[in-house]
Design a protein around this ligand. Structure first.
Ligand SMILES: [Zn+2]
Length: 569
């Protein structure tokens, strides 16, 4: 029985760092699996797969809880040391897992195993095998450390602003301040702080690009891009499909986002719609939630129960078991994410609330991930607990829209302002997201480019996808450095497009819910329960959605968004 199924008073996760696994015992268990799978009998192989899966769930719980503790206080030396051990050991365990996958992929009993654990797992394992070789293990450890260095570098930035000492996440609340001068000052403070680390940020990325390119070539790939796709486990579409999708965004969405920026510029009565005006795309200040984090969670529990009893019961469980860390504070890593502990059967939501409307969007987003992870926790294989990431973002972004009926609770008579703001930001996000993706394709196509050339690449994609963007007198972003604030570019190459693919699906859920709320929620709940048991396009179609690579996916939702936002056709 999992801890989540029992009634208990102690916090589920306990306090502090989790116990460290016995490294030698883990290694011995992997050797046992290897011997058993080498024997090649189907019944024994199936039993070994179950044992292997149990071990992976234990190691996953340890690794994810250790990583959570580090991001909760990046200044805690013990937490950092524990995270560094995770980096090293995870790389070793990945090697062991690859050995098991190799035994399974080439197993005499493969056909029998495919029918018992599912074909999709084998597709993923074939894919994973291509991304790893024992001789790149030191490079993988180095890559992980460089990526963590970005987290440390940006998390330790503190800025004195408006009488407060803030980290970069905390400073973000001023991006939606009604006082335009204060917004501009906050943007300047942010970019001065990042500019002070400009050389480090350039050098760090240069190291990462070269390292990734070297890893790709050692694995036999023609550069990092195809390896990046394989790491993202894109088993049912390729870069041509993604390119087609970027084109569709440029054709259908960029003009709408541009028109929104232009209308907002006129309504705000400013000469230039600047970076620090971008939270005002709907041309009105976004509303602020009318209570603190505890109040927000209480209303999320009550409100989601009205939207769907299954969602309500789930969020109540999260709240009762304190499976959230919501408020920004110095030393806490930036951003928001959801993680999950397979042996406990519960997820955890990490955010940086700063008192803006974004808190509600982020909360619903992460609760969407958490609901999926909880709903699919009993699927039989670790592979299926989490979907590939573009499908995962469908779970999260759809809940952002499906929770629209709750907004009166958080914003009172300004709920409509929230909805307009959320939709306008979503529309404008699509071009930004594909810009980040296009930029990375350019970067990895020319790994030896200089930092200055990379900044020019960013400027070229900005002109194509973000033609309204203006940085005023901010020197660093004006010179092409804006991408350095985008952690994914450092930490998770080629991930970013997934948000836009998912948003294209979530917007379809929004359109569908406007005419059939109950039916749409039923399809959403069913999609979450499927977790990652199928690849992206299959999951999307099973939820009654048009896959984003289909040219008919965007025009319909864009027309509906235009009408909702009362833009001239
Ligand atoms: Zn997400």
């Amino acid at each position: 029985m999992r801890a989540a199924d029992t009634m208990q008073n102690a916090p589920l996760l306990g306090a502090g760092l989790p116990p460290v696994p016995d490294f030698d015992a883990v290694a011995e268990r992997y050797r046992t699996f290897d011997r058993a799978l080498g024997a090649g009998r189907a019944a024994q192989a199936a039993a070994t797969v179950r044992e292997w899966d149990g071990l992976r769930r234990e190691l996953d719980t340890w690794s994810r809880l250790t990583r959570l503790r580090f991001t909760q206080d990046t200044r805690d030396e013990r937490a950092r040391a524990a995270r560094e051990r995770c980096d090293e050991w995870d790389a070793v365990f990945t090697g062991y897992d690859t050995g098991v996958k190799r035994r399974l992929a080439g197993n005499a009993a493969r056909a029998d195993l495919e029918s018992s654990v599912g074909r999709h797992a084998f597709r993923l394992w074939d894919n994973d095998l291509a991304t790893y070789a024992p001789e790149i293990e030191p490079d993988l450890v180095a890559e992980s450390k460089l990526a963590a260095e970005y987290t440390r570098l940006t998390a330790e930035i503190e800025v004195d602003f408006n009488g407060e000492r803030l980290n970069l996440s905390g400073l973000q609340k001023y991006a939606s301040d009604p006082d335009r001068g204060r917004r501009a000052d906050a943007a300047a403070a942010r970019w001065t702080a990042l500019g002070d680390r400009a050389d480090e940020l350039d050098a760090l990325f240069d190291d990462l690009v070269h390292l990734r390119d070297r890893i790709a070539h050692r694995l036999g790939f023609d550069g990092f891009t195809p390896l990046g796709y394989a790491r993202m486990r894109r088993v049912d579409y390729d870069r041509t499909a993604v390119e087609r999708y970027r084109e569709a965004v440029a054709t259908h969405v960029v003009p709408v986002a541009h028109a929104l920026a232009e209308r907002a510029r006129k309504r705000l009565g400013v000469e230039r719609f600047a970076l620090w005006d971008e939270k005002f795309l709907a041309a009105e200040p976004p509303p602020r939630p009318r209570g603190d984090a505890r109040w927000i969670m209480d209303h999320a529990v009550g409100g989601l129960a009205e939207v769907d009893p299954r969602l309500g019961a789930f969020v109540k469980m999260m709240n009762d078991n304190e499976l959230t860390d919501l408020v920004a504070r110095p030393g806490k890593a930036g951003g928001g994410y959801c993680t999950s502990f397979p042996t406990l059967g519960v997820p955890f939501v990490f955010t940086n609330f700063n008192g803006t409307s974004g808190d509600i969007t982020v909360l619903m987003h992460e609760l969407g991930h958490a609901f999926q992870q909880f709903s699919s926790r009993d699927l039989p294989l670790t592979e299926y607990l989490w979907s590939t990431l573009e499908a995962a973002e469908v779970h999260s972004m759809s809940l952002e829209f499906l929770s629209w009926p709750l907004m009166e609770r958080f914003f009172g008579d300004r709920a409509d302002a929230y909805r307009r703001h959320h939709l306008a930001e979503s529309i404008a996000f699509l071009p930004y997201g594909v810009a980040v993706d296009h930029f990375q394709h350019l970067v990895y196509a020319q790994p030896d480019a200089s930092p200055a050339q990379r900044h020019a690449m960013w400027q070229s994609v900005e002109r194509r996808y973000l033609p309204w963007r203006s940085y005023g007198d901010l020197a660093r972003p004006s010179a092409g450095a804006f991408w350095q604030a985008q952690a994914h570019i450092y930490r998770s190459p080629f991930y970013y497009i997934d948000y836009t693919l998912a948003l294209c699906c979530a917007l379809q859920m929004w359109v569908s819910a406007s005419s059939d709320r109950a039916g749409t929620l039923a399809r959403y709940v069913a999609l979450c329960a499927r977790g990652g048991e199928a690849p992206f396009r299959t999951l999307v179609r099973s939820a009654g959605l048009v896959e984003p690579f289909d040219p008919s996916a965007l025009p319909g939702v864009v027309a509906k968004a235009r009408a909702y936002l009362e833009l001239e056709p």
